[in-house]
Each structure stands twice: as structure tokens, then as C-alpha cells.
Design a protein around this ligand. Structure first.
Ligand SMILES: *Cc1c(COP(=O)(O)O)cnc(C)c1O
Length: 411
């Protein structure tokens, strides 16, 4: 059995007043009245700001921080982050439009992702953002499109490195991958780029996601900087940017510990001087999605019914898999584990009970908490899923079963 009580308290990074969780300084029950209906996602503006401050304090001053907006593309969130970070990384033309609507200058927006369409590439060139090309096809396309548009495209090469980020929730580099261009093919490609009318910016090397092991990230950063130095030898013009990826994880489950961000900062402090000596003009970028936004967000749904079945209690809510796929364990997890779930309107309340929290969908996969300890709750009480700011709404199949879409608020 897992110790669900300590899990609950360890994750309650939001204050509790009169036994009610507060987000953005507003009691949850009041916020639910303001939103007008459940379910909804709420993101805490101050928590987002504090997270960027923590990164700035922990990482060397000359590291540029980018927000990878696929983690949470809510326009208000992206706009808030635009004033705090040094760049925004987008993965589609749709995300690019949201990023361009913010105050972030186009030259600090970059676009990565396999299989970019001609339409996406041509809008990106016209916007003046940086294109992280992932294949020879994309290189040929942007050369032709740049010519047709009369605009010199800004490009970086996304590299598929010859190493991987160990202990990652998701590996996105090393071995055969659909992402990036295999590192060994890059020198020849750089020679080719030198002959074309393109504005070469640098390299993008992203290896993986959701990593809680500082040593694994340190090792990958070291190898990434070394690879960047090696590739730079063949670059047609000085390398202005090296995006070394991110992969910083956050704790979701009992026993998981927050990433030691100080250790990562220290390691970069040790690595940067020799790098800077060889490539003084290169701006080093770290791109983060989940680490920036996940802990600032909650998902809130309402108990519609308390139901007993053969000795077990089910809290049936109006929210679930269709809004928050990841919390049900169906977004890339190998073994289903409970996200931190609590009764938001009875945060610390006793008595407590062990229940399963489910959604309204006709599938057993619609499970937000399985046999988890929480305050004894009644119909109409609010259930909160913590650690829900990243890969929530937009990573969920909202059309499945035709329920209304949840609301989102930034408070
Ligand atoms: C998804 C993705 C990210 C963000 O990953 P997180 O784990 O959310 O930080 C960053 N860069 C690229 C290229 C990605 O595809």
C-alpha cells in the first residue's frame, strides 16, 4: 500500500484556508462560482513567475530559457510567460500563431517538429521565426519557399544525437528516431547549407522528457555541449544558438523527489567556461515545458454521485479522461499510478476514507484515482487533481463521448 496521506500533503503546494484550497489567492469554492461551471483547469500566475525566478537563480546567467508551449498553449499562459522567458518554442502553425500574438519577438520563437507542411514552413518564414529543420526535405522546401517569398529563412538544424537521455519518461533522441537529423549526416548538410541563401542560426538537440535524475541530465548536457562543439567545426557561419534541450521532470507519484535544479546549474557553471572559450558567440538555450507549468495548474471537477459497489466507494465526477488523459494513466505511462488527487473543498478534513474517483465515461479507463485515501466527500464537493498544468487539456480527447469542453482560467 502507498502512503496516500503523505502523498497528499507533499503535493499541496497551494495554501489552505478554512480547509479550502486557494489558487491565485482565491478560495477554490469561490473560484468555482466565478468560473460558473465545472470541470475547469486553473493555473496560478504567481506560481509560474516563481518557477521562472527559481530557474534564473539556479542556472548560469547566460543560459537562455525558452518555454516549449506544447505543454500548455493557453494564450493567457503563453502571454504571461512571454514576459518572463527568453523565447518560445512551438511545434505547429497553430502554436506559432499564439506565440506571435504575444510580445515575444519573432526571432526568439522557434519551430520544431517532424513533418512540417509546406503551408507551415511558408508562414513561419514569413513570420521571421527560426525553423528547426528535421530532414533534407525540409531544407529543400525552405530554400525554395524562401526564394519564392523573397525572404531569407532563419534555420537551425535539429539533431538526432548519438546518445540518449537516460531515465527519461520519454526518449526523443538517440538510435533511430523520427525527430531531427542523425548527427553523423550533419557535417555534409552544413556544407550544403553554406552554398544556399539561408540564415544559419545553430543547432537544436533535444533528447527526452520528464527526467527527475539530475545526474542523467548533467551527463546529457555535457554530451550535448560536446556534440555542439564538434558540429560547429563544419558550420558555414558562426553558431549563434545552441539549444541543448531540457527534459526537467516534476514529481507526480509517492516516492518521487523534485529535481535537484541547483546541481544542474552547478554542472552548467562548470561546463560553460571551456565551451565559451571555443564558441564565444553562441547563445545557449534550455527549453522547458512541463517543469515551468505543470505544478502551477490544477484540474477541478465536481462529485455528481457517491456510489457503493460490493464494499467499495466510487466518487463519480463530471470530469475525467476526456479532459485529463494523463491523470488517468493513459498518456504514455507504462504502469498506471494515481496522480495526487484531493477533495479541494475539504483539504485537510477528517474523517478520511479510501475511494476511487472516476469520470462519467463508459470505459473503465476513466479513472482519476484508484483506491486512494482522501477526505470523506459528498455529492457537489470539488475534486482537485494537482500537478495538472502541463499536458492536460490539449493532450486529452475532449470529443470522446461528447461532453462539454472544460474551462481554463489563469488566476
Ligand atoms: C515536448 C518538447 C519539449 C518540452 O518537453 P517538457 O518535458 O514538457 O519540458 C521541449 N522541446 C521539444 C523539442 C519537445 O518536443
Amino acid at each position: 500500500m502507498t502512503d496516500t496521506r503523505s502523498q497528499h500533503s507533499a503535493f499541496t503546494q497551494f495554501p489552505v484556508q478554512n480547509d479550502c484550497l486557494e489558487i491565485g489567492g482565491i478560495p477554490l469554492s469561490r473560484l468555482a462560482q466565478r468560473v460558473g461551471r465545472t470541470p475547469f483547469y486553473a493555473y496560478d500566475r504567481k506560481k509560474i513567475t516563481e518557477r521562472i525566478q527559481l530557474l534564473r537563480q539556479s542556472l548560469p546567467d547566460d543560459i537562455h530559457i525558452h518555454y516549449a508551449m506544447k505543454a500548455n498553449p493557453m494564450p493567457a499562459v503563453v502571454q504571461h510567460l512571454a514576459s518572463l522567458v527568453d523565447g518560445i518554442d512551438v511545434a505547429s502553425a497553430g502554436e506559432m500563431r499564439i506565440a506571435l500574438d504575444t510580445t515575444m519577438p519573432a526571432e526568439h520563437i522557434s519551430f520544431a517538429g517532424p513533418g512540417k507542411t509546406e503551408h507551415e514552413l511558408s508562414s513561419a518564414i514569413a513570420a521571421g521565426i527560426v525553423l528547426n529543420i528535421e530532414s533534407e526535405r525540409e531544407l529543400a522546401l525552405i530554400t525554395r519557399l524562401g526564394d519564392q517569398l523573397g525572404i531569407r529563412p532563419n534555420l537551425a538544424i535539429r539533431i538526432n544525437p548519438d546518445f540518449e537521455l537516460k531515465s527519461s519518461g520519454m526518449k526523443m533522441g538517440g538510435g533511430p528516431k523520427q525527430f531531427g537529423i542523425d548527427a553523423e549526416l550533419v557535417p555534409a548538410l552544413l556544407t550544403k547549407i553554406g552554398r544556399l541563401d539561408l540564415n544559419f542560426i545553430g543547432f537544436h538537440i533535444f533528447s527526452g522528457s520528464q527526467n527527475l535524475k539530475a545526474e542523467a541530465i548533467q551527463e546529457t548536457q555535457k554530451k550535448t555541449l560536446q556534440l555542439g562543439l564538434k558540429l560547429a567545426e563544419n558550420a558555414p557561419t558562426p553558431v549563434r544558438m545552441l539549444n541543448i534541450g531540457g527534459g526537467f521532470g516534476i514529481p507526480y507519484f509517492p516516492g518521487e523527489k523534485a529535481l535537484d535544479i541547483q546541481a544542474i546549474g552547478q554542472n552548467l557553471n562548470d561546463l560553460l567556461p571551456s565551451f565559451k572559450q571555443r564558441l564565444p558567440e553562441t547563445r545557449i538555450v534550455i527549453e522547458l515545458g512541463r517543469y515551468i507549468i505543470a505544478e502551477a495548474g490544477i484540474y477541478v471537477c465536481r462529485i455528481i454521485e457517491r456510489k457503493q459497489s460490493r464494499g467499495k466507494t466510487f466518487l463519480i465526477t463530471d470530469g475525467g479522461l476526456h479532459h485529463h488523459l494523463a491523470a488517468t494513466g493513459n498518456f504514455g505511462q507504462v504502469i498506471r499510478k494515481n496522480y495526487p488527487v484531493m477533495i479541494g473543498s475539504k483539504a485537510l478534513c477528517t474523517p478520511r476514507e479510501t475511494v476511487s474517483v472516476v469520470g462519467p465515461l463508459c470505459t473503465p479507463l476513466d479513472l482519476l484515482a484508484e483506491q486512494m485515501e482522501m477526505a470523506q466527500a459528498a455529492e457537489n464537493d470539488l475534486v482537485v487533481v494537482l500537478q495538472s498544468g502541463a499536458y492536460g487539456l490539449t493532450a486529452s480527447p475532449t470529443a470522446f463521448l461528447g461532453h462539454p469542453e472544460p474551462m481554463e482560467v489563469l488566476v
